[in-house]
Design a protein around this ligand. Structure first.
Ligand code: FBP
Length: 551
């Protein structure tokens, strides 16, 4: 296989490990804390997780571990959207397993959780592993969004794990996939099996975080990749001085990516969905925020600019949120009937009789393309596929209309020419930054140590991430500790709580303190491409979000 010069050079990169995981594996001892509680709904969760609720926190430290050299057989799954560093989680797991006992085996389940359900797996050997070290993508074994949901799927997952003689399954995924990991761990115990389940926190969206998970992997690289592109566009905008660029950024629910990219590039506008929801802003009020910056900059003769739009925005505008919730219910309860209706007009007619009047009015008012996307099939976890909704185009159209009105009133005399962009898939498979390469390798190695220590129902956790890697700490957080009960498809379900942007958090406050100036003046910052080689202050810096949150 042909590989690029950078890829060859990255093969040779040796990811850094926390001191507690470096050196001899026999010296990785586990310290367990006191029993833990879930963040809320403890009573309900105790009932769902009868055998696995409330485990203690686990921390690795130097000491003796006489279980670590056991011969183990482990299966690993990449679940959900791609995130830079996934291969390094597998590499950390692989190297840990082989250091513990060279006869240990690692299987990769193909195509995500369905690989476990349908027993599609391949053995990962050293040659295969070496071709994927420090590379982006999930192409080593593939990924998928299948949810392990039905009793049959749980049963066949156990059957596969038994057939392969596994000691453990590692699920590398986001909040939904790790909720699945918790349910699988519980199921295995309930069925009398001692097969362990360990999760690893993945998602570029950055919304799987809490006191114990400082960031999900992939967020760092994805934000740096988007920020490079945004910086390039800002420079183009400032050179040509004729376009407004509306850039939608991935982040299905939370606006962490948009916020981090704003901190890195200082655009004129960055909308934050969580703020829109908290202030109960209508769609037209959101449009006013952007139009206001366009007008003010035109007064300074600057008919150009950059606006960042979080992917999930529409779901946070209260009137749209209500519409989407009602649509989710209709699509869940009348799925079959609705799928048989071919034309969009007939779909609207059907919905007129099922949705509230207010929601029908909003749906009819939206451009047809946007309305059609809102009616499209949900992902297996019931989410609207917001990456397909062209919010940037919706806003361009609405800002244009608003400016026409202002022009007629004599309140705007500028020129408005806008271009839309969507940055999402461009960043999910980038070569992991040094931070993600090190973090992911450590997460995988820590997952091995959790398995070797006999633990199940844990999320691998590596902390103290703003310090040099040698000072990071590693361990495991009980999955039930991060859970609460939420309404899904009309019933209460256990889920890992999503971390949205906190409006009283330091990253948002840092942004809010300066955005007024950015809206009027040109304050662009050009961060450039991720650097893999060179001084540590250029190559190893974590995100601004992490630095602000941890200091
Ligand atoms: P995960 O939550 O699975 O990590 O995926 C995140 C994400 O990249 C979102 O930002 C985006 O909305 C979605 O995946 C796109 O999904 P798909 O890859 O199925 O188009």
């Amino acid at each position: 296989m042909d590989v690029s010069a950078l890829q060859k050079a990255r093969y040779a990169y040796q990811p850094k490990l926390p001191a507690s995981l470096s050196g001899d594996v026999e010296d990785i001892a586990v310290r367990l804390g006191s029993p833990t509680e879930a963040i809320s709904d403890q009573g309900d969760l105790r009932l769902v997780f009868k055998h696995s609720y409330g485990k203690p926190l686990a921390v690795f430290e130097k000491g003796k571990n006489d279980r670590i050299n056991r011969k183990l057989s482990v299966g690993v799954i990449l679940s959900g959207g791609q995130a830079p560093g996934g291969h390094n989680v597998i590499a950390g797991l692989f190297d840990g397993l082989k250091k513990g006992n060279r006869d240990s085996t690692l299987y990769g389940f193909l195509g995500g959780p369905s690989g476990l359900i349908e027993n599609r797996a391949r053995k990962i050997d050293a040659d295969m592993m070496d071709m994927y070290r420090n590379t982006g993508g999930f192409d080593m074994i593939g990924s998928g969004r299948t949810k392990i949901e039905t009793p049959e799927q749980f049963a066949s997952s156990l059957e596969t794990a038994k057939k392969l003689g596994l000691n453990a399954v590692v699920i590398i995924g986001g909040d939904d996939s790790n909720t699945n990991a918790a349910l699988l761990a519980e199921y295995f115990i309930e069925k009398g099996s001692d097969i362990q389940v360990i999760g690893c926190p993945k998602t570029i969206d950055g919304d799987l975080k809490n006191e114990y998970i400082e960031t999900s992997f992939g967020f760092d690289t994805a934000c740096k990749t988007y920020s490079e592109l945004i910086g390039n566009i800002e420079r183009d905008a400032n050179s040509a001085k004729k376009y407004w660029h509306f850039i939608k950024l991935m982040g299905r629910a939370a606006s962490h990516i948009a916020l981090e990219c704003a901190l890195q590039t200082q655009p004129n506008v960055c909308l934050i969905s969580e703020e829109v929801e908290a202030k109960k802003l209508s769609l037209s009020q959101v449009v006013d925020i952007v139009a206001d910056s366009v007008v003010k900059r035109a007064e300074n003769g600057e008919n150009f600019g950059v606006a960042l739009i979080p992917e999930g925005l529409v779901e946070f505008i209260p009137e749209m949120k209500k519409l989407i919730e009602e649509l989710n219910d209709v699509l869940a309860f009348h799925a079959e009937k609705f799928s048989q209706i071919d034309s969009f007009i007939e779909q609207l007619y059907f919905l007129e009789n099922t949705l509230s009047d207010a929601s029908v009015a909003i749906l009819k008012d939206l451009p047809a393309d946007i309305a059609k996307e809102l009616l499209a099939e949900r992902d297996p976890h019931g989410n609207v596929q917001v990456s397909r909704i062209e919010t940037e185009k919706l806003l361009i159209g609405m800002v244009e209309k608003k400016l026409e009105v202002l022009k007629k009133q004599g309140a705007y005399r500028g020129k408005f020419s806008a271009l839309g962009h969507f940055f999402g898939y461009e960043g999910r498979c980038a070569f992991p930054s040094n931070f993600d390469a090190d973090y992911c390798y450590s997460l995988g190695y820590s997952a091995f140590a959790l398995i070797a220590s006999g633990l199940t129902g844990y999320l691998s956790s590596v902390r103290n991430l703003t310090a040099p890697a040698s000072e990071w700490t590693a361990g495991g957080v009980p999955l039930t500790m991060m859970m609460n009960m939420e309404q899904r498809h009309g019933t209460k379900k256990p889920v890992i709580k999503k971390a949205l942007v906190e409006l009283d958090g330091k990253p948002f406050r840092a942004f809010a303190a300066v955005r007024g100036e950015w809206a009027q003046k040109t304050c662009f910052l050009f961060p450039g491409a991720i650097q893999y080689y060179g001084p540590s202050e250029v190559c190893d810096q974590p995100t601004k979000t992490l630095i602000l949150e941890r200091t």
